[in-house]
Design a protein around this ligand. Structure first.
Ligand code: PLP
Length: 406
């Protein structure tokens, strides 16, 4: 026991990113002793509170409607490009910020399945996030497509071999998550893309659980389309807008279906018919959520300064430490680790399983320990690397151990 707490202290003192925790608002105030749900809602930065205030006082109150032409019209593109360079491995002109992940999945997938009328199948996996599955069910009904379901192992995730078995000349699109939201399995994006492309299919990746915690190379991996949210590891705040990536080479071919005035070639001409803007702007539909994009400026500055490779290195140490604590303290109580132990295949969180975990959620919250819970019996430990210390992981899992012992 002594050496586990000593290890937390040693890891914290050797952590080159330790100082970033102080840049978050009140990490040690309020009633939280261990926040392990950075994979669902990231903490706010101190700089974000100041930026929001300044935006409201200066830009909104001071510039009023002029703000749109001053700069706001460009925010979805500029912030998208910045996110692309800081976290996505995407050259400029391919990423926009806007809508929600759910809506962007619809816009991109609907565009992708309309490219080639002879291809009427979409391949996806049974353990993907519900919204991905539901949206594709809707598109399949709308476009008379067939959904081809790969049964994924819930402890691991999608494997290239499974994709190779089902893609063919009928496949329009394959859609998977880079990091599986339950198990934390890290998919081999480049290899799956290679297999799908060999069959002539387009590929789309949901990056919600990887962006800001795992390095991503959309351009190098040959990704066609991608979406993700900014309120998890990117700390954008509840309901912060999502992002979409559309590879440059496809921008003239794919037409997203929600043809609004903000994606028009000349929004303010108010012309008679829709003509898409060139480039990534055509992914936009209506008025962008500018106020909700303010935090992203601060978050991207922080992530750029820390560097995604360093974030990933700390993330792997945090989850390895959590796994060690689980093996030492929790498995004797019947807890199972249902996440990859191989660091090369593990995303930013680990999931623990045990019958009756749900009943422990209220007592954990009462003790100030906030993990994430996924029905039917999964407790997810998602330590956001920039805001979580090793000591915090120690406090959270030792509280869980004590509750199990009761
Ligand atoms: C969080 C998450 C979403 C969320 O979609 P919203 O439209 O923001 O509700 C989608 N997909 C995955 C994989 C997620 O983890």
């Amino acid at each position: 026991m002594i050496d586990l707490i000593a290890r937390a202290a040693a890891l914290d003192s050797a952590d080159p990113l330790a100082g970033y925790r102080e840049q978050f608002l009140a990490p040690d105030d309020f009633d939280v002793v261990s926040y392990l749900d950075g994979n669902s809602l990231g903490r706010p930065l101190i700089a974000t509170a100041a930026l929001m205030e300044r935006f409201i006082r200066e830009q909104w109150a001071g510039r009023l409607i002029r703000g749109w032409t001053d700069s706001w019209m460009e925010w979805p593109i500029q912030l998208g490009d910045r996110l692309g360079s800081v976290a996505l491995g995407a050259a400029a002109g391919q990423v926009v910020i806007g809508d929600s992940t759910t809506v962007l999945i619809y816009k991109l997938a609907r565009a992708a399945v309309s490219v080639d009328g002879r291809r009427n199948r979409v391949v996806l996996d049974t353990d993907n996030f519900p919204t991905d599955r539901y949206v594709l069910e809707g598109i399949a009904a709308e476009r008379d497509l067939e959904l081809v379901w790969i049964e994924t192992d819930p402890v691991t995730g999608i494997h290239p071999g499974q994709v190779a078995e089902v893609v063919d000349e009928r496949t329009a699109l394959v859609l998977f998550s880079h990091v599986a939201y339950r198990s934390g399995w890290l998919a081999d994006v480049a290899e799956i893309n290679r297999i799908a492309h060999a069959a002539g299919a387009l590929t789309m990746w949901d990056l919600c659980h990887s962006v800001g915690s795992v390095p991503i190379e959309l351009d190098n991996w040959g990704v066609d389309l991608a979406v993700g949210c900014t309120y998890k590891y990117l700390n954008g705040g509840p309901g912060a807008p999502a992002f979409a990536y559309l590879r440059e080479g496809l921008q003239d071919t794919l037409r997203q279906p929600i043809q609004g005035w903000m994606g028009h070639r000349a929004s303010f001409e108010m012309g008679p018919g829709y003509e898409p803007a060139p480039g990534s702007r055509a992914l936009l539909s209506g008025t962008p959520a500018i106020l909700a994009m303010v935090p992203l400026h601060a978050n991207l500055d922080m992530l750029a300064a820390a560097g995604i490779e360093a974030v990933r290195a700390k993330s792997l140490l945090l989850t390895a430490y959590a796994l060690d604590l689980a093996d030492e303290w929790l498995t004797p109580f019947g807890v199972e680790v249902v996440s990859p132990r191989d660091p090369g295949r593990r995303g930013g969180h680990v999931t623990l399983r045990r019958d009756g975990f749900e009943a422990l959620l209220d007592p954990l919250w009462a003790e100030g320990v906030i993990p994430d819970y996924r029905r039917p019996d999964g407790l997810r430990i998602g330590p956001a690397p920039l805001s979580t210390s090793f000591g915090e992981v120690y406090r959270g899992l030792s509280t869980l151990r004590d509750l199990l012992a009761k």
